[in-house]
Design a protein around this ligand. Structure first.
Ligand SMILES: NC(=O)c1ccc[n+]([C@@H]2O[C@H](COP(=O)([O-])OP(=O)(O)OC[C@H]3O[C@@H](n4cnc5c(N)ncnc54)[C@H](O)[C@@H]3O)[C@@H](O)[C@H]2O)c1
Length: 450
């Protein structure tokens, strides 16, 4: 390996000479789940037929991915906008696909085993509760809730009706995060005291300024139903298209983006409760298009054993990262790879800042005799990087996990309790930002207080 004119061996030799430590690097390819070949026929009694509710930006992607999974078929689609009904027929290449603007028609359809729902956040609770009550398993997009109280209703509906509920935060199924979890559980990081995670975007689409479809009108969309439990208002194409910009339907940066970062952190660290406290700062600096949520948000969270700092900006493109800082090393996740670099937490040279020359030299001699590396015994600090295989998709893996749970009744990888803990993390961030106070999770009251 030749980088910037230095071979790895040269680098190791240089490092060893300087500090008694050597640095190296190892790359390992991660293994994805063995999803069977879609071309192989699946017996009829092993097939899963799902109905999709919401065929928008995310729902259309879920639909495309799901119908390519072995033994998974789409039996019906529901949306409130004609354009999306047309899109569902296009994606499934089935002009006869059963479609409806009333999702209850899908819940009444005995030919459907389960539901995939990708509707705006203010509709999640009602659809999950109605699916469970109708005896249908449901995959519901993230963040699980729009309001704190909704999560507990959803958990109750899941448990009472014994349904599979899977929330759609795909990092929960990612082999990158599961490898990080394995390393965390093995203790190779030592005590993890601080976690950082963030990302950034820098274009109108990334800041949720999606283009309004030209035919959008009260004739092509059922606006009254779309509003659901949100305050009544006249038809507004911007609100329909850019709902993430408004607190009536979404939760801004926390609900859209923190939830992914929190899901990753909760997965790795095995978190089974909401964060205890949160303190946010942020602001609306750039996208002053009538939205009522900020475009920069940073939140500090307290968990029992570590603190976490999350940062998202819609004003600067920056790659997503998650960094776990432990007493025995650093673990970093960047998209489809993670790296772990061990640290021994020891001095590698005498620690004598500000000592006079002779005192320093005498101590150094003594220190080297006691601590210096013996020839041939230098420890090699080897950083290991794990990569996903080419073409790996965590979303595909997450959907596959859902349909396998529906088929086999094995527990959901991201049930309503897990989804709720991450969603509460989002609500804590917003509570702190909007009320300008520290937000505290009150477990007894199952609510946030300032
Ligand atoms: N997991 C991810 O990476 C990811 C990515 C994007 C979006 N999402 C989530 O997916 C969900 C949908 O987001 P989107 O960007 O696709 O929104 P979208 O506005 O593009 O699509 C939502 C669709 O749902 C339809 N709809 C709304 N209420 C409905 C109802 N009661 N019955 C039937 N249809 C209804 C709308 O007409 C619209 O076509 C959100 O919860 C969002 O947070 C997740």
């Amino acid at each position: 390996m030749q980088k910037d004119g230095i071979t790895r061996r040269d680098f190791m030799r240089t490092s060893a000479g300087a500090t008694g430590l050597a640095l190296g690097a190892k790359a390992i390819l991660l293994e994805a789940s063995p999803i069977p070949n879609p071309a192989r026929p699946v017996p009829a009694n092993d097939r899963v037929r799902f109905g999709i509710i919401g065929v928008g930006m995310q729902g259309s992607g879920l639909l495309r991915t799901s119908i390519k999974l072995p033994g998974v078929e789409c039996g019906a689609a529901c949306d409130l906008y004609d354009g999306r009904i047309e899109l569902a027929k296009e994606i499934t290449d089935n002009p006869q696909l059963m479609t409806s603007k009333r999702y209850h028609d899908l819940l009444d359809n005995k030919d459907l085993d389960c539901i995939v729902a990708a509707v705006p956040d203010h509709w999640h609770k009602q659809i999950v509760v109605d699916c469970c009550s109708a005896g249908k398993d449901v995959y519901c997009e993230k963040p699980m809730t729009h309001q704190v109280s909704e999560g507990f209703e959803m958990i109750a509906a899941e448990q009472k009706n014994n349904r599979i509920v899977q929330i759609g935060s795909q990092r929960r199924s990612s082999i990158v995060y599961l490898k990080a979890k394995e390393l965390f559980d093995q203790g190779v990081l030592g005590d993890v005291c601080l976690v950082e995670s963030g990302m950034g975007r820098n274009d109108p689409c990334g800041a949720w300024e999606y283009t309004v479809p030209p035919d959008l009108s009260p004739e092509t969309v059922d606006w009254e139903t779309w509003l659901g439990s949100a305050p009544k208002r006249p038809f507004d194409p911007l609100r329909w298209t850019r709902w993430r910009c408004y607190q009536d339907y979404g939760e801004g940066i926390p609900g859209d983006l923190f939830v992914h970062l929190l899901t990753g952190i909760h997965t790795i660290a095995g978190i089974t409760a909401p964060p205890e406290r949160a303190l946010s700062a942020g602001g609306l600096f750039r996208w002053k298009d009538g939205r009522d949520v900020p475009d920069v948000m940073t939140t500090l969270y307290e968990y029992p054993n570590f603190r976490a700092a999350l940062r998202v900006s819609l004003n600067t493109e920056a790659p997503e990262y998650t960094r776990l800082m432990g007493t025995k090393g650093l673990l970093e996740i960047h998209g489809n790879w993670l790296s772990f670099t061990p640290q021994d937490g020891e001095n590698h040279e005498p620690c004598t800042p500000g000592w006079p020359k002779k005192m320093k030299a005498d101590y150094a001699e003594k220190w080297e005799a006691e601590h210096g590396p013996k020839p041939g015994t230098q420890s090699v600090v080897e950083s290991t990087t794990f990569f996903t295989p080419p073409g790996y998709s965590e979303s595909r893996e997450h959907l596959w996990n859902y349909f396998q749970s529906v088929r086999t009744r094995k527990p959901s990888v991201e049930d309503a309790t897990f989804g709720n803990n991450a969603a509460i993390g989002c609500h804590l961030a917003n509570y702190s930002y909007f009320k300008k106070t520290v937000a505290v999770w009150d477990e007894a009251a199952k609510d946030i207080r300032g």
